[in-house]
Design a protein around this ligand. Structure first.
Ligand SMILES: [Zn+2]
Length: 368
């Protein structure tokens, strides 16, 4: 018997570890009430039953030193102005605050930094962002920082350099979640060596199913799971299936000269680079194959098999990906995912863990 969406949702805490909606609010001047071209807005959240979300403040590495902090603060301001102030969601910084938001039937909004370059090589700035209520940080985005190598770049430091090790150690001390999505393998190895903190890969998939550096090999999945960590499965088709990654990569190469031409001489205009790059990403995915929800579930199944059912959950990347699975097009589609997991043989208790409880339990470890 098919359950109605309301019945499906009643039972589930739906909590996702990564979206780029703050950037849609700021860069695309979207107002959060109803956005045609966005994945996360008030109406879609209601329909999909989303209860809690980690909102990333993503700063394009083009902002580099001396401009990244301003961009991150503008993203923070967009969240304040367009989500918290009008009352569409409550900013939360602990599981206790999240419980209270949920009791009031409000969207619980956590904040994270996407890209270690945002702290501009300063431990004090890291601490300042923590004091603003930001609770997670990815060490890199697609480019190396001055202290950590990215999976999207050629090695510069062979993982973390001395400053990187200091920053990661300080993150552990202040209870800032260390997010290894986007980091290079060697960076992850170094993180595992210098800390014993539970780690998060907020939006990463399994390399065994899609063999690209951006995804996690099985030994990292096991190691993250062993430390009570969390892995959020990313819905971007390019990270789900290698054949799609290859198609898109071909386009990246094809458009490279055009890309260079557009960006030439614009090193001093990060706003321009940021906008141009998001347009180019739309072009790269054009004409590539699509997948359905089963490709997402395949990664969930694999990570649960390798790391156990307690380490896996959602890391959608909504509003940060230039294409989506055909039946998981925005946040309103979560009931389809719940059904899909049940069809694939997950028990209700397991589905509840995947849809949100695992992420909740993970973050609870950082309360203090
Ligand atoms: Zn990302």
């Amino acid at each position: 018997m098919k359950m109605s969406n309301e019945n499906l949702l009643k039972d589930h805490l739906i909590f996702d570890a990564h979206c780029d909606t703050a950037n849609a609010l700021l860069d695309r001047s979207f107002d959060f009430i109803k956005g045609k071209q966005v994945h996360v807005d008030r109406d879609k959240i209601r329909k999909g039953g989303l209860n809690a979300q980690i909102f990333a403040l993503y700063v394009n590495p083009a902002y580099g030193p001396y401009r990244s902090i301003k961009k991150a603060l503008l993203l923070y301001h967009a969240m304040e102005n367009k989500v918290f102030f009008p009352g569409y969601g409550l900013k939360v910084t602990s599981s206790i605050e999240m419980d209270s938001a949920l009791r009031k039937d409000r969207l619980a909004c956590w904040l994270s930094l996407e890209g270690g370059h945002i702290i501009e090589n300063s431990i004090e700035i890291l601490e300042f962002f923590y004091s603003l209520g930001i609770r997670c940080m990815t060490l890199t985005h697609m480019k190396n920082t001055d202290w950590a190598d990215s999976s999207g770049d050629s090695p510069r430091w062979d993982g973390l350099n001395a400053l990187g090790k200091k920053i990661v150690t300080r993150m552990e001390e202040i209870h800032m979640v260390i997010d290894v999505s986007h980091a290079s393998d060697k960076t992850v190895e170094d993180v595992l060596e210098v800390t014993s903190a539970p780690l998060m890969a907020s939006h990463s998939n399994a390399r065994a199913l899609c063999d690209i550096p951006r995804n996690l090999p099985d030994d990292f999945i096991q190691e993250i799971a062993k430390r009570n960590g969390y892995i959020g499965v990313n819905f971007f088709p390019v990270f789900l299936k290698k054949s799609i990654f290859d198609q898109v990569y071909k386009n990246v190469e094809k458009y490279e000269p055009e890309h260079q031409q557009i960006l030439q001489g614009k090193e001093d205009s990060p706003d321009f680079v940021n906008k141009a790059e998001s347009k180019l990403f739309q072009k790269y995915v054009k004409g590539s194959d699509s997948v359905d929800i089963n490709a997402v579930i395949d990664h969930i199944v694999h990570i649960a098999e390798v790391g156990g059912i307690d380490c896996v959950g959602l890391g959608s990347d909504f509003d940060g990906m230039s294409s989506t699975p055909t039946d998981l097009t925005d946040v309103s589609c979560y009931p389809v995912l719940i059904e899909g997991l049940s069809v694939r043989g997950f028990k209700t208790k397991e589905i509840r863990k995947i849809m949100g409880l695992n992420l909740y339990q993970f973050l609870k470890q950082f309360d203090h």
